[in-house]
Design a protein around this ligand. Structure first.
Ligand SMILES: Cc1cc2nc3c(=O)[nH]c(=O)nc-3n(C[C@H](O)[C@H](O)[C@H](O)COP(=O)(O)O)c2cc1C
Length: 324
């Protein structure tokens, strides 16, 4: 399938794996790219730029295909060494960067000068338009359904994607709630040039996370995610568990007075324990409503092949036949 996104990134299928903290290691990124999609290494999961350099080198050993690095610009006082990470990405010969979080404008000239394509992930049409204006090549439009940070507008993809289509000139991929061929065909129908998946790619054979995480995804339904940190205007969609219930109870009790320090036990530094050690009740971890559509643990190749085969059949036959 050829779209503006497959052309821009030099990939076979319009399917992307979004950056995921403590999930997006070289093994997963390479598996997605080898299957014809676009895999992504999560930059900030690597503690230093030197660690990221090693992860990029590892990914290059595992695939000859294009892959991306995600750089999430966090709203923190003690910012990570972003210039160092960017230098590493450029020197590592990475040709695609997925930015997310705050406005990437200060770093854009360095990436563009190095010939890197930038896809910025955003949760609103106004932020997507801003990304277009500052020179991003594409955007990933993340609807309210998404795992991770859906922003504060709460607009689901059935509205957000056609709105993006009405306003944007640069190509966009649909992100949030995407799981299968139905997602891809619907996204294309709403004007997207491809889809980005997070949660779905965690439940694959190559995702280098603890088996408990994959089982939690298989066991969950679309009713099992919660929104946390809304009072802090840092809303995150996470899988419900004991820690999340505790966190929500604190939010209800402390109301507008809640501070980040009040919930630090439930959110800070929990990812390695969850993703690596499989301690599923220790804290809040991002997860999309799309868990309700995930019932197996295929390889990335099986998953992407299935999506593309079924999408082709759906477009040619199921939809084509409607026309008689
Ligand atoms: C466990 C997990 C960790 C994530 N970590 C990040 C991250 O560090 N940076 C980022 O930009 N997005 C992150 N995301 C968001 C994904 O890249 C993607 O936008 C989102 O998962 C799409 O929604 P879906 O889960 O419904 O597919 C994360 C998502 C999950 C599920």
């Amino acid at each position: 399938m050829k779209t503006k996104i497959t052309e821009m990134f030099g990939i076979e299928h319009p399917v992307m794996q979004g950056g995921m903290h403590y999930v997006g290691f070289a093994e997963l990124a390479a598996a997605v790219s080898n299957a014809g999609g676009l895999g992504t290494i999560t930059g900030l999961t690597q503690k230093t730029p030197a660690d990221l350099a090693n992860e990029i080198a590892k990914c290059k050993d595992l695939t000859d295909k294009p892959f991306a690095v995600n750089l999430t610009f966090l709203p923190t006082v003690n910012a990570p060494d972003y210039p160092g990470y960017i230098k590493t990405i450029i020197e590592g010969g990475v040709k695609i960067v997925e930015t997310a979080g705050r406005n990437p404008q200060p770093y854009l000239p360095y990436l563009k000068d190095a010939g890197i394509k930038v896809i910025h992930k955003c949760t609103s049409v106004r932020h997507a338009l801003k990304a277009e204006k500052i020179g991003c090549d594409a955007v990933s439009v993340d609807g309210f359904e998404c795992g991770g940070h859906p922003g504060e507008d709460d607009i689901p993809n059935m509205i957000l994607l056609p709105r993006a289509d009405e306003e944007l000139t640069i190509p966009f991929v649909a992100s949030g709630g995407m799981a299968d061929a139905r997602s891809l065909v619907a996204a294309l129908a709403m004007g997207a040039e491809g889809m980005n998946m997070g949660t779905r790619f965690i439940a694959t054979k190559e995702a280098p996370v603890h088996e408990n995480v994959k089982q939690a995804i298989l066991n969950a339904t679309e009713l099992d995610t919660r929104l946390v940190m809304r009072p802090l205007r840092n809303t995150e969609r996470v899988m419900n568990n004991a820690a999340v219930e505790r966190l929500l109870e604190k939010e209800a009790r402390l109301g507008a007075n809640i501070k980040f320090e009040d919930i630090i036990d439930e959110v800070a530094g929990v990812y390695p324990k969850i993703m690596m050690e499989g301690d599923m009740e220790i804290g809040a971890w991002s997860c999309g409503m799309v868990v309700g559509l995930i019932n197996d643990i295929p390889t990335c190749q099986e998953l992407i092949d299935r999506i593309m085969t079924e999408a082709t059949d759906m477009i040619k036959n199921r939809l084509g036949n409607l026309l008689g």
